[in-house]
Design a protein around this ligand. Structure first.
Ligand code: PLP
Length: 399
């Protein structure tokens, strides 16, 4: 047998973490890494946060799992708090982001089904989108690398260029159910929707009776310094998918919806064996407790600004490799010049400078630290980034 026991769908790197502490990860060999990837925007409170650890341990000892056939005081409580902190009236809990997206797609289709427009099944989605890996989610992006060989895909998607309002509006016809879009594209390259674009989609939805579905799996839940990224835009969606930071490392996702948009999601239409089980709810409560503490989101904003100015200041010293910065709050991206390849530079930082970041589309290095970082971590990051840029450039010149 030459196939590894662990299905080889990831090109895994040599870092093999076995322990985490705050903003640091430790490898099998004892090496220390400054973790500015945070499990791809998941470990919002860093590693081993005492409140999260305690909540999970205590709940595991009390009650880990029961079926959704039974009443859920735990689920009702967290759902109520999320409703109070968002546009939504109702929440369905999932175990991942892609399941939250799946629930969002189903909710949108079902809305039109029960409101007399069963022909409205198509969601307009956007180039470079990433919505996850289920059949529904890969059908909602037009990136070949995720779709090739998995056909036939789910019908009912049309694709427009991101941030091109006119192109999106031109796709509307009588089969359109709505739009599904990342408020800030993550995998696609940390590209924020423009206000005109998002506000224009909202307006079109209101005019045509369509639904606005926001995928905030990566950009939501405190990451940008607001609880939800849509708060930067003065609009609200009808449906929203959340995950990643919402569980801080515990597998948890959620599909949020207004009462109107969730009209079709009645008894028997959807479900999940694990979704929203007591253990997941305990993790979710612990994360939300910390995020809603006065000053938490302000801290994210302040650290985001600090990170941005620090990196901007060093760009002139390394302008052979860095082109500019993008993103909001601690959803941050550094665009590289064509002379460098983001994936290679990320590997260089990781292997030679003990710094973890993530490559994204459009030749961008994604910087997604835990939301609890302090100024000292940013200073350490900038030092490593600067050392890395100097060494990487020297190597490129030598090669
Ligand atoms: C990560 C991500 C997903 C998929 O989440 P999983 O938990 O991996 O299923 C969906 N949408 C966006 C925007 C993401 O960043």
């Amino acid at each position: 047998m030459s196939t590894p026991a662990l299905m080889p769908v990831y090109p895994r790197c040599g870092v093999r973490p076995v322990r985490g502490e705050g903003v640091y990860l430790y490898g099998e060999d004892g090496a220390q890494y400054l973790d500015f990837a945070a499990g791809i925007a998941v470990n919002a409170l860093g590693h081993g946060h005492p409140a999260l650890v305690k909540a999970i341990a205590e709940q595991a000892a009390t009650l880990m799992h029961v079926s959704n056939l039974y009443g859920s005081p735990q689920g009702e409580h967290l759902a109520q708090r999320i409703v109070e902190s968002s546009f939504a009236d109702t929440v369905f809990f999932t175990n991942s982001g892609t399941e939250a997206v799946e629930c969002a797609i189903k909710t949108a289709r079902r809305y039109h089904f029960v409101t007399g427009n069963p022909q409205r099944t198509t969601l307009i989605t956007f180039n470079n989108a990433f919505h996850g890996r289920t059949m529904g989610a890969i059908s909602a992006t037009n990136q070949p690398k995720m779709r090739d060989g998995f056909e036939p895909l789910l019908p009912g998607f049309a694709y427009a260029p991101f941030n091109d309002l006119e192109a999106a509006l031109a796709l509307i016809d009588d089969t359109t159910a709505g739009f599904m879009v990342e408020t800030i594209q993550g995998e696609g390259g940390v590209s924020a929707a423009t206000p005109e674009f998002l506000q224009g989609l909202r307006k079109a939805c209101d005019e045509h009776g369509l639904l606005l579905v926001l995928d905030e799996v990566q950009c939501g839940y405190g990451r940008t310094g607001k609880m939800w990224a849509y708060e930067h835009y003065g609009i609200t969606p009808d449906i929203l998918s959340s995950a990643k930071g919402i569980g801080g490392g515990f597998p948890l996702g959620a599909c949020l919806a207004t009462e109107e948009a969730a009209k079709g999601m009645v008894f028997g239409t959807h479900g999940s064996t694990y979704g929203g089980n007591p253990l997941a709810m305990a993790a979710g409560e612990a994360i939300l407790d910390v995020m809603l503490e006065p000053g938490f989101l302000e801290h994210v904003t302040a650290m985001g600004e600090r990170l941005r100015t620090s990196v901007e200041q060093m760009i002139p010293n390394h302008d052979q490799i860095f082109e500019g910065v993008r993103g909001k709050g601690l959803m941050f991206g550094i665009k590289l010049k064509d002379s460098a390849v983001a994936r290679d530079f990320v590997a260089h930082l990781r292997d030679h400078h003990g710094l973890l970041t993530v490559a994204a589309g459009e030749n961008v290095v994604r910087v997604l630290p835990p939301l609890v970082i302090e100024e000292a971590h940013i200073a350490e990051f900038v030092q490593k980034l600067s050392d890395g840029a100097r060494a990487y450039t020297a190597m490129a010149v030598a090669a």
